[in-house]
Design a protein around this ligand. Structure first.
Ligand SMILES: Nc1ncnc2c1ncn2[C@@H]1O[C@H](COP(=O)(O)OP(=O)(O)OP(=O)(O)O)[C@@H](O)[C@H]1O
Length: 262
């Protein structure tokens, strides 16, 4: 089966700096794929290239076999790509339900926000029912009519995911989904993300929380100084000497390896 998302030689140069340097990545249908790497490795830049916020200096990107290298973000959304942001972006003055309805505008004939207007009848009811189903899926049914700005942090993150799901993505990009969460919220999030597979949604995520990444991902790509230095399942990545060295520095990695060998 051809990959859902495929990057070939993806490169992004900011003036003299190669933030992403000739990266090849395939995200398989049905997989949870993590991107990790030390600070400044190029993870966010890679993510912005995939979602279309940045145009690569060179390289190609295909989504289900279609070349989307030059497509703007909204066109990628129509083709099945959705994302959440590191700094949660919900509309804090809208209710949770209204936020999810805004996420439907890419695929509804009656845009989500219009469905909120009185008198839009069947369209309004159908859109609300779908939005409520998504709120139920993320565990926020009883918060539907609460102003989003007053939700707890972990709830806002789940709301952002519900809104992203409203565009019916095939691939959901999550930028540091566990950032700022307490351990209980992180565990709940992992359970929720695993259940996305039941909906035929694949995941590509950037994350610093190693335990979260190792527990959740089927496959991990490791970047360092913009280059891909390793790729594989969590166990092989955990034991990869180049990955250990990238995180710990050469000297510490060598000392650790000597200690483990002794
Ligand atoms: N718009 C930009 N202009 C110039 N340089 C940039 C720009 N965006 C990122 N960079 C540089 O590109 C490199 C990669 O940055 P990026 O934010 O992609 O790394 P990262 O792996 O996401 O880091 P972190 O884990 O700290 O978020 C860094 O050296 C960064 O300073």
């Amino acid at each position: 089966m051809s990959p859902l998302l495929s990057a070939r030689g993806l490169t992004m140069q900011f003036r003299g700096l190669l933030a992403v340097d000739g990266v090849d990545v395939d995200v398989a249908t049905g997989s949870v794929h993590g991107i990790i790497g030390p600070n400044g490795a190029g993870k966010t830049t890679l993510f912005n290239l995939v979602s279309g916020l940045l145009q690569p200096t060179s390289g190609t990107l295909t989504l289900e076999g279609r070349d989307v290298t030059a497509s703007p973000p909204y066109a990628r959304t129509r083709l099945g790509l959705a994302r959440t942001f590191q700094n949660i972006r919900v509309f804090s003055d809208m209710t949770a339900l209204e936020n999810v309805l805004t996420g439907m505008h890419t695929r509804l004939e009656t845009p989500g926000w219009k469905a909120l207007l009185p008198g839009s009848g069947a369209g309004e009811r159908a859109a609300k029912a779908q939005a409520m189903e998504l709120l139920e899926f993320v565990g926020l049914t009883d918060r539907a009519n609460v102003r989003s700005g007053s939700l707890a942090y972990g709830e806002q993150r789940r709301l952002e995911i519900a809104r992203a799901l409203a565009s019916r993505p095939r691939l959901l990009l999550l930028d540091e989904p566990a950032a700022g969460m307490n351990p209980a919220e992180t565990r709940e999030l992992a359970v929720l993300l695993r259940r996305l597979g039941e909906r035929d949604i694949s995941l590509l995520l950037v994350e610093h929380d190693m335990r979260f990444v190792m527990d959740l991902c089927d496959r991990i790509t490791v970047l360092n100084f913009g280059r891909k230095i390793a790729e594989g399942d969590p166990l092989s990545i955990r034991n990869d000497p180049q990955v250990i060295e990238a995180y710990l520095g050469k000297k510490v990695a060598e000392r650790l390896s000597r200690m483990l060998d002794a």
